[in-house]
Structure formats: structure tokens, C-alpha cells
Design a protein around this ligand. Structure first.
Ligand code: SF4
Ligand code: SF4
Length: 338
């Protein structure tokens, strides 16, 4: 465990960014987003970012390759660029957990080399949630907001930042800044229980997850509640785009006039043309599409992943859905909670 005084934090950030780009949550124009450090910014140590950190490993759109045509000759161009090392600082415990879910999809074989390269080059420094938002409910999914995962975990206590390496990569990374930090006792952070108490007192912390799980397909699939839950859904896809665990994408070919650019772009199971093929679309109503999204998080994903849910309780869909149709509402309705 290492520590440094908050007044020295800009020195640490400058040293980090000198070695590799540093991204951290910055408040600007009423939004909080991961932004490259450049000094003098309003860094958000509380709450969470509007967009999740998944963009850094699974960008909203990326070029996979190009095809160039000359006469009858078609050349395949590998457009991958060697990823550079980077640091994501201040990732909240829910978002760190979301990386496990993305890993289970992209690294499970066949390994997605685009994603894998970024994961290898990224150092994740998490930050315990001292002041969670009223829309947070990570504890309902068993995430400990006081002791987050990541390569390095950080805590703010008074005027001190504590840093503890969780992985070998984190140890190597933290050791590079030994001259700017000093050793600290593992027990120096006294307010872990205070953080847990705050998080478990949040309005949604007691959401009942026990009624969901991989064996509940028959229980929920045909419930009439899907109709009333989904009737106001606009199919806008906002919930999927802000969700740190949603990982659906489409691959599109874009004709440039000289060849083809092959792009991977986020897609949404809420869209009416999602997975549409020559024979048509497997889900023809918004009710079915809506059901798919929530059944995937609460039943299908746990069925394949030893009971782990596909939601981390970040609360973004609660804050961003224009129709207030979010996973907490779905869980309460299906679970017959008040
Ligand atoms: S649930 Fe809300 S955010 Fe998601 S597609 Fe429907 S209206 Fe849009
Ligand atoms: S479903 Fe909603 S609360 Fe759960 S991880 Fe996705 S955006 Fe966050």
C-alpha cells in the first residue's frame, strides 16, 4: 500500500501522463467523461461518468480492415495499429466489474485480438465509491464499492490518496512512482465500513436478485408484464449504449470509392433491424426486443456464467432512458416487489 497527499496529486498525474496517456473522469459542461489529463481540470472523484469506460477497450466504432481493389486484384490491408499503453484512473467499482463481463465475451475464445490488445495495454486504477449516487445499486449484485478490483485500487480519505496494487501489472505500474508516494499501513483506510454502510443504505440496494438466475427462463419468458413494461419503449438504444456490460456489435462494409472499409460499430438489441437477415428479423415487436435485453442480463447470461448477472448496477439506464424504463423497474415488476 502506498499513499500521497492530495496536494501532490497533480505531480503524480503529470508523471503518469509523461510515461503514458492518462484518462480520468473530468467534469465539463454539466457532464462527466473520461478525458485525457492536462492539468487544471475539474476531476470528478464522486458519482460516475455519463458514458462508461468500456469505450477504451471496445470503442463505439473501429476499423477492422480495408479492402483495396485494382482491376481484378483485391488486396486486404491490415489497418490495426499497435495499441499504446494507457492508464484509466478513477474507474468506479461497478465499471471495473463490467470488464470481467466484457472479458468473458471477448476473451473466451475465439479471442478478439482487437479487444485483447487494448486490455493488455490498459492499466486500470479503480476508486472506491465514497459518495455514490442515488441511482447506484452495485451492492445488489454483490460488488463491494469499498474494495474495488482493477490493477490498482485507490481510496480517498481526508487529504490523502491511498493506492494498493491488485495485480502484477499494477505492482509494476505503481512501483514506477515510488518517489512520489510513500509506504502506508494496509489498515490506514479506516472508513471502509462507512462506505459499505452508505452504499447499502441506497434506495435500490435491496433489489431482490434472488428471484432471477439462469434457471428462470420458464418463470419469466411468457409473463404478461413484458407488454406493460415495454409499451412506452422508443427503441432508441440509449440504454444499451450507456450500459458498461452491453457488447452487441455489427460489422459493416463502407464503400470508399476505391475499396472497402470494414468497420465494427456498437449495435443494440433494442433496434428493429438488430440481427436482421435475408429471411427477416427474429424479434419483430418491441416487446420481444425489450424482453431480450433484460432476460439476457438477468437469466441468459447467468445461465452461461455460473450465476453471475449481466448487470453491475451502475444506474446509467436509470438516469438516461427517456421513458424511465430501466432494469430496476423491470426487476421490481417481474419480482413482484413494491
Ligand atoms: S428502454 Fe429506454 S433507453 Fe432503452 S431503448 Fe427503450 S426508451 Fe430507449
Ligand atoms: S443494465 Fe443499467 S444498471 Fe445494469 S449495468 Fe447496464 S446501464 Fe448499468
Amino acid at each position: 500500500m502506498r499513499k500521497l497527499s492530495l496536494v501532490s496529486l497533480p505531480l503524480l498525474f503529470a508523471a503518469i501522463d509523461e510515461r503514458m496517456p492518462l484518462y480520468l473522469p473530468v467534469r465539463s459542461d454539466g457532464r462527466v467523461e473520461f478525458t485525457r489529463w492536462m492539468g487544471g481540470q475539474d476531476i470528478a472523484f464522486t458519482g460516475n461518468t455519463d458514458r462508461s469506460a468500456k469505450d477504451f477497450f471496445f470503442p463505439q466504432s473501429e476499423e477492422l480492415m480495408r479492402l483495396r481493389r485494382e482491376g481484378k486484384r483485391v488486396e486486404v490491408l491490415d489497418t490495426r495499429r499497435e495499441a499504446e499503453d494507457f492508464v484509466l484512473f478513477g474507474v468506479r467499482p461497478c465499471d471495473v466489474k463490467s470488464f470481467d463481463i466484457l472479458d468473458s465475451v471477448f476473451l473466451a475464445g475465439p479471442v478478439d485480438s482487437y479487444y485483447a490488445t487494448r486490455r493488455e495495454h490498459g492499466v486500470v486504477v479503480s476508486l472506491a465509491c465514497h459518495l455514490p449516487s442515488s441511482t447506484c445499486f452495485c451492492s445488489a449484485f454483490g460488488i463491494d464499492a469499498a474494495d474495488p478490483a482493477g490493477d490498482v485500487a485507490a481510496w480517498l480519505a481526508g487529504d490523502t490518496l491511498y493506492l494498493r496494487a491488485n495485480t502484477e501489472k499494477g505492482e509494476r505500474w505503481l512501483a514506477a512512482y515510488d518517489t512520489l508516494t510513500e509506504p502506508s499501513d494496509e489498515n490506514a483506510i479506516a472508513d471502509l465500513q462507512q462506505i459499505r454502510d452508505k452504499v447499502s443504505a441506497l434506495p435500490l440496494a435491496k433489489l431482490n436478485t434472488a428471484v432471477f438466475g439462469g434457471d428462470k427462463l420458464a418463470t419469466f419468458f411468457d409473463l404478461p408484464d413484458w407488454e406493460s413494461l415495454s409499451v412506452a419503449c422508443l427503441g432508441c438504444g440509449t440504454c444499451t449504449f450507456v450500459c458498461p456490460t452491453c457488447q452487441c456489435y455489427d460489422i459493416v462494409d463502407f464503400y470508399t470509392g476505391h475499396g472497402i472499409q470494414r468497420l465494427r460499430c456498437w449495435d443494440s438489441c433494442m433496434y428493429s433491424d438488430f440481427t436482421k437477415m435475408a429471411h427477416g428479423n427474429p424479434r419483430t415487436t418491441q416487446r420481444e426486443r425489450f424482453r431480450q435485453r433484460f432476460m439476457h442480463k438477468l437469466v441468459y447470461y447467468p445461465a452461461e456464467h455460473e450465476g453471475v448477472f449481466g448487470c453491475v448496477g451502475c444506474g446509467r439506464c436509470l438516469r438516461k432512458c427517456p421513458q424511465a424504463l430501466h432494469i430496476a423497474k423491470v426487476m421490481r415488476t417481474l419480482g413482484k416487489e413494491d
